[in-house]
Write a protein that binds this ligand. Structure first.
Ligand code: 4NP
Length: 159
């Protein structure tokens, strides 16, 4: 079975869809697409079934990615059964997930920026109320952390 990673944010229309698309692209380039499976979900239910925010699709396009296939999902307690690793965008997501999952499954939850040795903070900030430049900053942060996550996962799937 492939190693399964789910990226989680609040709405699943901005940050976690960007992380999913960026990570899938990295895995494709590294020839690891059949070993590692990525998905994304939100802790909130407001946007279930919707496409990614138009600014998410636009920022992905500006940087050479395609986010048009995304449809928002909510992360539920049972979703953990389909995940080896849950990668949260911010501390609030971690708190929500750990309350939902309890100690055992909660141990699968990590913060994305933990994997970026050059990160200056722990959170990928919510760009929802920001402008296009917030989305560009978020994408840059996510690309940087996903390279670290790739190295982490590679050592796991190569072991
Ligand atoms: P995301 O951004 O968590 O990065 O998808 C948000 C999207 C929608 C909302 C909040 C954050 N919202 O409150 O609807």
């Amino acid at each position: 079975m492939p190693f399964r990673i789910c990226f989680v944010c609040l709405g699943n229309i901005c940050r976690s869809p960007i992380a999913e698309v960026v990570m899938r692209s990295l895995l494709d380039k590294e020839g690891l697409a059949d070993r590692v499976e990525v998905s994304s979900a939100g802790t909130g239910d407001w946007h279930i079934g919707e496409r990614a925010d138009h600014r998410t699709i636009a920022v992905l396009e500006r940087h050479g990615y395609d986010g048009s296939a995304h449809r928002a999902r909510q992360f539920l307690a049972q979703s953990i059964d389909d995940c080896d690793l849950v990668i949260a965008m911010d501390q609030a997501n971690v708190t929500t997930l750990q309350r939902m999952l309890g100690n055992d499954d909660g141990a699968k939850v990590r913060l994305l920026r933990e994997f970026d040795p050059n990160a200056t903070g722990s959170d990928v900030p919510d760009p929802y109320y920001g402008g296009d430049e917030s989305f560009d900053e978020v994408l840059t942060m996510i690309e940087s952390a996903c390279r670290g996550l790739l190295d982490y996962v590679r050592s796991d799937v190569d072991a």
